[in-house]
Design a binder for this molecule. Structure first.
Ligand code: KG4
Ligand code: ZN
Length: 394
């Protein structure tokens, strides 16, 4: 099965073409083409992502990225010269892309000259994420599905993060069958949650953040330290330097471990962010060294809480497989701390995504599209009514 997958939930326009086989038991994937067009340069100057700006940028790059992907996958064939676009199809496309006039223009200029490619399924992120950004990917996918009559599967972005943790760094990969029960810790810019999966693709959320997400806390603390967006990787680098240089915490900076002992599986990171702010206010001159020490203390605090709550759930639910997904899963200190703790649990298998798949990408959306095609029929007729859902739950 050839799957086109599209992801535009935040500030990356991601598109990939995957060849999938093996069914639910032994899924095997071969990457035909894979792109992540990042908007970081655009948003960096404003210190965060503006949804309308993200939307415009997705609309500008998505169609050319699609044509490039077809070409790389050997699926780009020109339409016979005699072909003309009929009025009815044109009207349908115009209706779907009504809110993306720039994308409509590119679509009508490019796509009708391409012969229907051999794509069996289009998987697209429906939510959660920034709605204006989500709409671009969803409407583009709908327009392609309508134009070529290809089934469309709406995918949950967080489910994508759960299935982004396959091994290997090559172009062909397989997902090892999970041993159940599985626990997923999802840590990204918008989410921090613990999800129990007792059986394949059956989810129960057992805990979540009550305020800020972990990635959000990293980004906000980075801003306080005058570090550019996105702050996660930068904080992580400073913390790493503090550790390798064994910097001494002369000022006795100590941050709280919020909710570490609470009887539930919930999190809270907004107080931690405020604690950083108050700490900074008390220091007359914040040197680079102090920034590093603070970054290390912040990363330690986050790690302590994540490890403690996750392993509490692992014990309680007798978890056999732990999957950690989302942008913050690319943090090496967090990863190493989980690996260290997991040594106490010999029956536990731990999965982290490879670095390029921890942050947003479309391969994970294609994977879920394939796995879902065995349980839920993809939409072939009803896709026109699909809506982007910024708060979509698992
Ligand atoms: O999953 P993701 O790419 O997008 C969302 O779905 O939110 O996650 C992005 C988040 C950002 O907050 C970013 O600062 C954080 O992941 N992040 C990190 C690291 N790399 C990315 N946080 C901590 N350490 C990192 N190395
Ligand atoms: Zn994400």
């Amino acid at each position: 099965m050839i799957i086109l997958s599209v992801e535009t939930s935040c500030d990356e326009t991601a598109l990939s073409i995957l060849k999938a086989s093996g069914g639910l038991k032994k899924p095997v994937f071969s990457i035909q083409s894979n792109h992540v067009a990042s908007q970081i340069k655009l948003h960096e100057q404003y210190g965060g992502v503006f949804p309308m700006m993200a939307k415009r940028e997705h609309a500008r790059v998505i169609a050319p990225l699609f044509v490039k992907s077809l070409q790389e996958s050997g699926l780009l064939k020109p339409q016979p010269k005699t072909y003309t676009l009929d009025i009815k199809t044109k009207k349908k496309i115009e209706k779907i892309l009504d809110r993306e006039p720039e994308l409509l223009e590119i679509f009508l200029k490019e796509i009708p000259h391409i012969k229907k490619p051999k794509i069996d399924l289009i998987a697209v992120t429906q939510g959660p994420g920034l709605e204006p950004a989500l709409w671009v990917g969803l409407n583009f996918a709908k327009a392609l599905a309508a134009f070529w009559d290809i089934p469309l599967a709406p995918i949950n972005h967080m489910e994508g993060h759960i299935f982004s943790t396959f091994p290997g760094d090559g172009n062909t990969f397989k997902i090892e069958p999970y041993k159940f029960p599985v626990l997923a810790l999802l840590i990204s810019g918008g989410h921090t949650e613990l999800v129990l999966m007792k059986d394949m693709m059956k989810y129960k959320k057992i805990g979540q953040t009550r305020d800020d997400a972990v990635g959000e806390a990293f980004d906000k603390v980075a801003r306080m330290l005058d570090l550019p967006y996105p702050g996660g990787p930068k904080i992580s680098r400073l913390a790493h330097e503090a550790r390798t240089e064994s910097l001494h915490n002369d000022l006795h900076i100590k941050l709280p471990r919020p909710m570490i002992g609470s009887p539930d599986y919930d999190f809270s990171f907004s107080g931690l962010k405020t604690a950083v702010l108050y700490t900074l206010k008390k220091i007359p001159t914040v040197t680079d060294e102090i920034k590093k020490i603070l970054a290390r203390e912040f990363e330690d605090s986050v790690t302590d809480v994540l490890v403690s709550k996750t392993f509490k759930a692992i014990k309680k639910y007798e978890i056999k497989t732990l999957v950690v997904g989302g942008g913050v899963a690319s943090n090496t200190h967090i990863k190493q701390s989980f690996e260290e703790k997991a040594k106490e649990f010999p029956n536990l298998t731990l999965h982290f995504p490879r670095p390029d798949l921890s942050t947003d990408n479309s391969l994970m959306i294609g994977i879920v599209g394939y796995l879902r095609s065995f349980s839920k029929k993809p939409h072939s007729k009803k896709y026109l009514t699909l809506k982007a859902r910024g708060n979509l739950e698992l």
